[in-house]
Design a protein around this ligand. Structure first.
Ligand code: AMP
Length: 590
């Protein structure tokens, strides 16, 4: 649709009136980034002036950035844990925020093995929705005609619990999908999904996935974009289709929903959607029964213009597999967000994954940036192109100068707002889905696993390293162990080794165990025993590539193909965890 030229923004000509408004908003915020940040911090400090936390630092009513930065420390989750625990236990006094804490968002980041609990307030939902509302206007600049079809998105709610004080504790997306903002959203031709709300909101992940995939198949010719939040989620959906295509074909052939789908609201809603369609059932059988699943996405959903999934950060490992299944469709990484705060969006969403940059929106929170290796945090507009920073946020919900743990590199500016490449999350060694395992967690798990080995057959783990194996769906952790078998002692049995695998899984953090148990998004942990001398070869290899002998340390995680190949060529036995570790939705009390 042609739009009045004075509605144009420097981003490009908007697709419609509503988009014009959104693009103008982006322009306004990014042009005035510094003023927006200054005013926003002042507003947060005014609103939260009487909180216990801010009073502690004697701001004396000041709301300016210099006073704030000189009086308040930069903190981590652990520093805030006592306050968070009190709120979780039911203390309703204004501890962190002048507005009541409405719920806790359970981050995939952990502290002492448990998910971090991020306090939030009701109005944050509107702020999140505002960021969502900017995504399609930007996308429409690059991909025309998205109002002529639908998005097939695999979206899920996850299990939630209540804190001792009665506040819900759940992932941010679960909170969003269950909110009125999402459920009662107004019709928008650019945002029509194949998945009915009933399926998205079903907490049984099998029934939810089954229904969403079935609806996507029924509506296959309308699908213009295919997505999930993270790449791992979309690959799980493809794997699900691989496992269950004949059931889908049967349902479509007969017009009757599989009897394993028992959720009454899903059954009710599907009764209006599912009709016998012999031709479609035959088509699905033909496409899926072949061994070759290359380009399966474009074969089944031929009008798909792009994949909408995050493939930056830890998700970059899935790019080749997604390219295989989609025949190289563009992958759009549209936004950058967390439980603490939604940060920003990609203003050039069709850029190659390696070139993706996110523009932090200055209206979302107050942002500071600690230069890597430095200590003095700088303002949003003062970061320098090419430099790396750790992100620090101050939110309306009461986090003050909080280290998010993400490392970002500045790639440029849109107006005066910087664009950032997501470099990595601090201290994350292994990640398959939303799990994040750091070096000390892995060390502890190896200690626990190997103490069992020592107890049962007197064998020690001489050296170890790890690898996130994503060659299968779901991916899984691989631990390479070189063993020190005592003279005369027997080598550990296969059964002992499998128990070591499970013991390690039991000691990994709760997000890992949830991925294993509830989400089925991480497969059983594997130990590959390598022959003696392998780790010395690893060192020789590193030294041949320029590492210093004196400073050489065994890498605790490997992903460089020649190293993985070297390790794999020395494997003498492989063992998988034989069962699921323990997990419950409840957070353990500290
Ligand atoms: P959570 O607190 O569990 O919601 O996880 C938020 C974290 O996920 C962020 O702090 C990032 O480390 C990561 N993340 C979110 N969005 C992206 C993105 N677009 N690219 C890379 N990593 C991301």
């Amino acid at each position: 649709m042609a739009v009045d030229s004075n509605l144009s923004s420097s981003l490009g000509p908007p697709a419609c009136e509503k988009d014009a408004k959104a693009l103008r908003f982006i322009e306004e915020m990014t042009r005035n980034a510094d003023t927006v940040q200054e005013n926003l911090l002042a507003e947060i400090l005014r609103r939260n002036a009487d909180t216990e936390y801010l009073r502690r630092f004697n701001l004396g009513g000041s709301t300016d950035r210099d006073t704030f930065k000189s009086k308040l420390p930069i903190i981590t989750y652990e520093d805030l844990q006592p306050e968070i625990q009190r709120i979780a236990d039911g203390d309703r006094s204004p501890i962190l925020s002048g507005h009541p804490i409405s719920e806790f968002l359970t981050s995939s980041g952990t502290s002492a093995g448990e998910r971090k609990l991020m306090p939030t307030i009701k109005e944050e939902l509107d702020r999140r929705q505002l960021l969502y509302s900017l995504l399609m206007p930007v996308m429409n600049l690059y991909v025309p005609g998205l109002d002529k079809g639908k998005g097939m998105y695999f979206l899920f709610v996850k299990s939630e619990s209540k804190t001792p004080g009665g506040l819900p504790a759940r992932p941010v997306l679960t909170s969003y999908y269950k909110s009125d903002q999402f459920r009662s959203r107004a019709y928008d031709p650019y945002n029509v999904y194949t998945s009915p709300n009933e399926a998205i909101l079903c907490s049984d992940s099998f029934q939810s996935m089954y229904t969403q995939m079935l609806c996507g198949l029924l509506d296959r010719l309308s699908v213009l974009r295919v997505g999930a939040v993270f790449a791992s989620g979309l690959l799980r959906a493809i794997r699900f289709l691989q496992l269950h295509w004949s059931r889908f074909a049967n349902d479509i052939q007969s017009g009757f929903l599989d009897s394993e789908i028992t959720d009454p609201s899903i059954r009710h809603c599907m009764s209006g959607i599912l009709k016998p369609d012999h031709e479609l059932a035959e088509f699905i059988r033909r496409e899926c029964e072949s061994e070759n699943w290359e380009r399966i996405i474009t074969r089944i959903w031929p009008n798909t213009k792009y994949l909408d999934v995050i493939v930056t950060g830890a998700m970059a490992q899935y790019i080749p597999t997604l390219e295989y299944y989609s025949g190289g469709l563009p992958m759009a990484c549209t936004m950058y967000a967390s439980s603490e705060c939604y940060f920003g969006l990609n203003l050039n969403p069709m850029s190659k994954p390696s070139e993706v940059s996110y523009t932090i929106m200055p209206n979302m929170a107050y942002f500071e940036f600690i230069p890597l290796g430095g200590s003095k945090a700088v303002e949003l507009v003062d970061v320098k192109i090419g430099k790396e920073y750790e992100l620090v946020v101050t939110t309306y919900a009461g986090l003050c100068r909080y280290r998010v743990g993400d490392i970002l590199r500045v790639t440029g500016f849109h107006n005066s707002a910087p664009k950032f490449h997501f470099v990595r999350r601090k201290n994350v060694l292994l990640s398959i889905d939303s799990d994040k395992t750091d070096e000390s967690e892995l060390q502890k798990a190896v200690e626990n696993g190997s103490s069992l080995l020592l107890k049962e057959c007197g064998t020690r783990v001489a050296e170890y390293t790890s690898y996130a194996d994503t060659s299968t769906i779901p991916g899984h952790y691989v631990l390479y162990w070189e063993l020190l078998v005592r003279d005369g002692a027997s080598r550990p049995s296969h059964e002992t080794m499998t128990r070591c695998c499970l013991e390690m899984e039991e000691s990994l953090n709760s997000v890992y165990r949830q991925c294993r148990v509830a989400d089925n998004s991480v497969g059983p942990l594997e130990i590959r025993v390598v022959r003696n001398g392998t780790f010395e070869e690893l060192m020789d290899y590193a030294i041949s590539r320029g590492a210093s002998i004196n400073q050489y340390k065994v890498p605790r995680c490997v992903n460089f193909t020649p190293i993985v190949e070297l390790l794999d060529s020395r494997v003498v036995s492989a063992h998988f965890s034989p069962a699921l570790p323990h997990w419950t939705p409840e957070t353990r009390r500290k």
